[in-house]
Design a protein around this ligand. Structure first.
Ligand code: UCC
Ligand code: FAD
Length: 586
């Protein structure tokens, strides 16, 4: 026997070493930065109440909910067109865990929490609901996606005056699993999803018997919740007298549809996606689908923007939460993996890499928390005009910035597990696959950068005044004295951005992305500084503010260079063309 001569491979052919897998921690208790932010932002008694709920939920997120979410990835939805006897079925089949996650979501009040406006929350219901959704995302098997759209639909019904109409709002905001409904958001058509007005071909023909009822005919190219109960969608109303429609944005109206219309709604196929495989995203043919008009005719885009603004907040919650999840696993793994004779935690270069990820995650988190806080104030009727203006600017900034950074951080996180990070059965690759969608859906990075400019233009710059004032509020408060140099840097970045906007309006569209990133990063700097100056701040909070403001370039060179050289935009664009289309023959 080989053991006699000391060879350890006699019985166990694979050797005796087994690597300890990274452990999932209670996602609330392990997230010290989240806890300190909640403690700072919420009134004391509200925090001490909700922390129990969030801690219990954080434990579930790491255990039973995680298992349900994982099962959704492993048993993705599929289409069933017929039953065994060739009866038309035309349905998507989802796994039991996906259905259970719907019940869990109802019971946990993932949507309801924001609409119950419990007086015990003292106006912070939305903030608490979003904190809970933030914990949920990485274990939710993408159930967070239908929840985001459900939340957006409830909000749209509420602000459009349909709260007490037809029962949809009550079901979307119910905690009863038997009653709870989810909603889809059908905007994108084959011709385009960014330019919704240019892309929408769906027609709405008025039902002559009911004033607000229409029949919809069209093809919706992306529907991420084909199993939803209802959906909000856009269509072009056909004038009954002329048979004509109005082109452009002014021709679009908003409709509510009930999805269970087997004769008038056909699921054409489920998409074959890079990620979000848990999610039944399909293409739908609307063939005379009954629909109720929700907006004034021609106000469809403006009306659905209420939904967009909520789903974009959820998107940011998911982006930051994905960063948090991979960091949480990576730091635990760093304690379990040995290389060159010591745990990788004890290699400063490895910890430095994790610290950079943590910094990006914290910057994203403070932006997300600020947006959730401002929305809470708006929904409880206590937001000042400046706060409302800042919220309008912050929502696209937050979505575009965190969506992009999430991919970078998660990708770095995958590498921190070495080869194991690339292995499907570790459950790590799915985090990266799903991260890749966050900058695309709910408006791409460029489209949201243009929405930032839309917000500036529509308010004649008031959103930038509110932005300026928010940062000023931080500078005027008692900033931690060790961070005084950071205050001057913050002021410099702010004035660079504001003066660029004032002096280069003709270049703003061209540099919209750099401008938006600069705004997002600089505001994150102010918010990190605010947090670091709070009485409960710890060493890492101060380090985060300091590193963010002193070691990162918060505003892109392009803004400085173009301002100084000021060549015409067209000459710069010509160079872009030369670079991109070099050697290309159309
Ligand atoms: O992707 C989708 C679902 C994915 C699954 C769910 C994920 C949820 C998160 C998951 C977490 C796990 S649904 C498809 C999403 N699609 C988009 O986001 C569309 C992207 N494109 C845009 O956002 C464009 O900027 C458009 C479509 C809004 C541009 O259209 P127009 O025709 O150029 O729009 P206008 O004319 O500029 O705006 C029409 C009106 C204006 O108001 P009025 O008429 O009063 O002047 C705008 O100010 O709409 C107003 N408006 C807004 N208001 C437009 N955008 C906004 C806004 N964001 N906030 C307030
Ligand atoms: P396009 O509009 O064709 O854009 C192509 C590129 O051009 C983008 O990079 C864009 O940034 C850029 N671009 C376009 N216009 C400009 C401009 N003016 N300036 C600079 N750059 C520009 N949609 C729904 O309605 N409901 C859903 O449930 C849904 N689920 C989805 C699920 C998944 C997994 C995915 C991937 C998408 C989903 N979508 C859904 C669609 C999504 O919202 C769109 O794909 C997205 O809005 C972009 O639209 P598009 O695909 O038509 O790209």
């Amino acid at each position: 026997c080989n053991t006699a001569i000391g060879i350890p491979f006699a019985k166990a052919k694979e050797g005796s070493f087994v690597q300890d897998a990274p452990h999932l921690e209670n996602s609330f208790e392990g997230d010290a930065f989240l806890k300190r932010n909640l403690e700072r932002i919420l009134p004391n008694n509200v925090y001490s109440d909700v922390k129990k709920e969030l801690s219990a939920f954080g434990a579930r997120v790491a255990t039973d909910i995680y298992k349900l979410g994982r099962e959704c990835e492993l048993s993705p939805p599929y289409m069933k067109l017929q039953d065994a006897w060739a009866n038309p079925h035309n349905r998507v089949v989802t796994c039991e865990s996906w259905k259970e996650l719907k019940r869990v979501s109802a019971r946990e009040g993932m949507v309801a929490l924001a609409y119950e406006r419990n007086p015990k929350h003292q106006g912070f219901s939305r903030f608490i609901q979003m904190s809970k959704n933030y914990l949920f995302y990485p274990s939710s098997g993408l159930y967070s996606c239908p929840l985001a759209m459900t939340d957006g639909a409830a909000k749209t019904l509420e602000v459009s005056g349909f709260k007490d109409h037809g029962g949809a709002y009550k079901n979307l905001t119910s905690r009863d699993p038997e009653r709870f409904w989810t909603s889809g958001q059908w905007m994108t058509e084959k011709r385009g999803g960014s330019d919704v007005a240019g892309g929408t071909e769906t027609l709405a023909v008025q039902d002559p018997n009911f004033r607000n009822m229409y029949k919809l005919y069209g093809y919706k190219f992306f529907s991420s919740a084909t199993d939803a109960d209802v959906a909000l969608t856009l269509a072009r109303v056909v004038d009954p007298a002329t048979g004509k429609t109005t082109a452009g944005t002014r021709g679009l109206s908003l409709f509510l549809v009930h999805v269970d219309q087997p004769s008038n709604l056909h699921l054409i196929r489920l998409k074959e996606k890079l990620g979000t495989k848990q999610l039944p995203t399909g293409e739908l043919l609307l063939d005379g689908m009954n629909a109720e008009l929700l907006s004034e005719p021609g106000r469809g885009v403006a009306s659905i923007s209420h939904m967009l603004n909520i789903t974009r907040l959820h998107n940011a919650s998911a982006s930051v939460s994905a960063m948090r999840r991979i960091i949480s696993l990576a730091r635990d793994y760093s304690n379990r993996r040995i290389a060159f004779g010591k745990t990788i935690r004890n290699h400063p270069l490895h910890v430095r890499t994790l610290a950079d990820m943590e910094l990006e995650c914290r910057a994203g988190f403070v932006l997300f928390a600020e947006a959730a806080r401002l929305l809470s104030l708006e929904e409880s009727g206590t937001a000042s005009n400046d706060q409302q203006q800042l919220l309008r600017l912050l929502l696209p900034l937050l979505k575009l910035y965190t969506g992009k950074q999430c991919i970078k951080v998660v990708s770095e996180g995958v590498e921190s597990f070495g080869g194991q990070g690339y292995m499907e059965d570790t459950g790590i690759p799915v985090i990266l696959r799903d991260a890749q969608v966050t900058p695309i859906w709910e408006g791409t990075t460029n489209i949201l950068s243009l929405d930032v400019l839309r917000a500036v233009a529509k308010t004649e710059g008031q959103v930038l005044v509110a932005y300026y004032q928010r940062i000023q509020g931080v500078l005027d408060s008692s900033v931690n004295p060790s961070l005084s140099e950071c205050c001057s840097l913050l002021e410099q970045y702010r004035s660079q951005l504001i003066s660029f906007a004032q002096n280069n309006s003709d270049q703003l569209e061209y540099v919209a992305r750099d401008f938006s990133f600069g705004l997002a990063r600089t505001l994150a700097g102010a918010l990190l500084l605010e947090h670091a100056s709070w009485s409960g701040a710890v060493e890492s909070d101060v380090a985060a503010a300091e590193r963010w403001l002193r070691q990162r370039d918060l505003v892109a060179q392009s803004l400085a260079v173009e301002q100084i050289c000021n060549p015409s935009v067209t000459s710069i664009q010509k160079l872009d063309e030369a670079l991109v289309f070099d050697g290309y023959d159309a």
